[in-house]
Design a protein around this ligand. Sequence first.
Ligand code: GLN
Length: 202
Amino acid sequence: MVGVLALQGGVVEHVRAVESLGARAVKVRAPEDLEGIDALILPGGESSTVDRLCRTFGLFEPLQEAIRGGLPTLGTCAGLIMLSSGIEDPAPGQQSLGVLDVSVNRNAFGSQVASAEVDLPWLGPPSDVVNPGDHLKAAFIRAPEVTRTGEGVEVLARHGDAVVAVRQGSILGISFHPELMGDTTLHRLLLQDVARHPAQHG
Ligand code: GLN
């Protein structure tokens, strides 16, 4: 069962992507919704709003705890910002979960509303899901850039020089929106992580 944080932003597209792969999805709006999930998606949206709502609904610490406990997690765009350990240009009072050892610049690619659609070469390791030479289909919408990667953080894709996809353990963080392009590569990687570490998370 894949939990999709459903406080604000592009929730439905992720639910559909998960279901298109034959897995079940549940919307996460309260701490008890985290019980029984074996993967988590933090969708795109506006990270300062998601942060505020997480704290309002008592989800901030439960999310931190679940992800630190090894729950396979995919954060896209605002979701990546939420996962990061440092935001270079936070909104006033904005916090992040600090579970992924990267710093981000929230609006590194400008404030365009229309999306830029690009193919990104896969720079990560080969697997059943994706191999070097394959491309990800990415839509960039007010996208963040990863400006620092800590030890143990792998770079999975770059857009020009900018790092836009990373992995640290079972946490995947990406700047863009594959779910708007019908690309389920990252969702399949997330499900592969679940298959590798079953039963750890109830
Ligand atoms: N830059 C936005 C933010 O700060 C993220 C945009 C997105 O998720 N598409 O949250």
